[in-house]
Design a binder for this molecule. Structure first.
Ligand SMILES: C[S@@+](CC[C@H](N)C(=O)[O-])C[C@H]1O[C@@H](n2cnc3c(N)ncnc32)[C@H](O)[C@@H]1O
Length: 331
């Protein structure tokens, strides 16, 4: 396995990342209302906490998509319409621990398909864990990992005419507002060729009693996950957030299908972020918006797709119809 991060060294990558992190935290905390981007959840602790979240009884999303990948693997592959002699690149955006994807990879290898697996993730730690797991479980798999923000790595696929299948699982698209999601899918398509495939896993709109606990579990793992963002800013940007003064505050509206996570300031407080050289004042009850997790139905999804260069081919659902993997084809 090799990385395709251009010629940048580990320390170049680290300093590029830190510059962006400072800028994003500064932009977010200087905006009104205050925000912080969810992609920074995933440091080593965040990756571990997310694996714990995926295993929580309340977090139905992973189990539903895992059911699709385990019980309908053949169906999924047949939807791709690939001949075994047609080489292709299997690209996964925000690959995480690859626990669902391995089912697909294994079956593709058994069927004798000729492909490379290209996991893309912003977390070096997640990519390393995935590399180790695949080397052990599927040593024959050809892997080309790419570390970076998926917006940044999309362009590296441009101009290559090999057939591509892009996986975007776990309802990661739901972390973007609809307009941004359309734009993202369009930009992805602009780097692909007609006939290329996007397999996009999305969570479906459901009652609050089912959705909200997935973002507010009884053991406080989702709270730790959200608060870990402040810990990371303390450690990497020299801030002095006192975690005892903050709480996890998620919401969900069944009407709009949108879940949001916030960090709530429990007191009036001032926080200094050394890396930015600025004090920030938070009033008691003030919220920092950290994540959006949009839920979909056919109408919302088709509306998002209508502004892009993809068309809808089909969808595969789990037995409870909580989750759907949509198969979209580049026009
Ligand atoms: C919610 S996890 C889902 C992982 C996997 N797709 C799944 O379905 O289980 C999100 C993953 O995407 C990565 N990620 C989040 N934002 C990203 C971004 N902007 N660019 C690249 N990777 C990102 C995180 O590091 C994490 O591994």
């Amino acid at each position: 396995m090799h990385t395709t991060d251009g010629n940048l060294t580990e320390s170049d990558l680290r300093s590029k990342f830190l510059q962006q992190f400072k800028k994003d935290v500064s932009d977010g905390l200087n905006s009104d209302p205050k925000t912080l981007p969810s992609k920074y959840f995933y440091d080593e602790t965040g990756d571990d906490l997310f694996v714990q979240i995926m295993n929580m009884p309340e977090y139905y999303l992973t189990r539903c998509e895992m059911e699709i990948f385990t019980e309908q693997t053949e169906h999924l592959i047949n939807e791709f319409d690939l001949n075994t002699d047609e080489p292709f690149e299997l690209i996964e955006l925000g690959a995480g621990d690859g626990s669902k994807t391995i089912k697909l990879l294994q079956r593709l290898l058994e069927r004798g398909h000729n492909f490379h697996y290209n996991p893309v993730d912003i977390s070096a730690n997640a990519l390393q864990g995935l590399e180790d797991m695949l080397a052990e479980k599927l040593p024959e798999l050809k892997v080309k990992k790419q570390r970076g923000d998926y917006f940044g790595v999309l362009s590296s696929f441009k101009g290559d005419t090999t057939k591509k299948v892009v996986l975007f699982l776990g309802s990661n698209i739901g972390n973007m507002r609809d307009e941004k999601a359309s734009d993202f899918i369009y930009r992805l398509g602009a780097n692909l060729n007609p006939g290329d495939i996007l397999l996009m896993g999305v969570d479906l709109i459901k009652p609050t009693e089912i959705v909200l606990p997935a973002y507010n579990d009884s053991n406080g793992i989702t709270a730790k996950f959200n608060l870990n963002l402040l810990k990371r800013i303390n450690r990497e940007l020299g801030a002095n957030f006192d975690l005892d003064n903050w709480s996890h505050a998620p919401t969900y509206s069944e009407e709009t299908g949108i879940a949001k996570s916030f960090l709530r300031s429990d007191v009036d407080q001032e926080v200094y972020v050394e890396g930015i050289g600025q004090d920030f004042f938070f009033e008691e009850g003030e919220l920092i918006h950290t994540e959006i997790s949009r839920k979909y139905n056919d109408e919302i999804l088709k509306d998002i797709i209508s502004d892009t260069n993809f068309y809808y081919k089909s969808k595969i659902q789990d037995s409870r119809k909580f989750f759907a993997d949509y198969i979209l084809i580049r026009k």
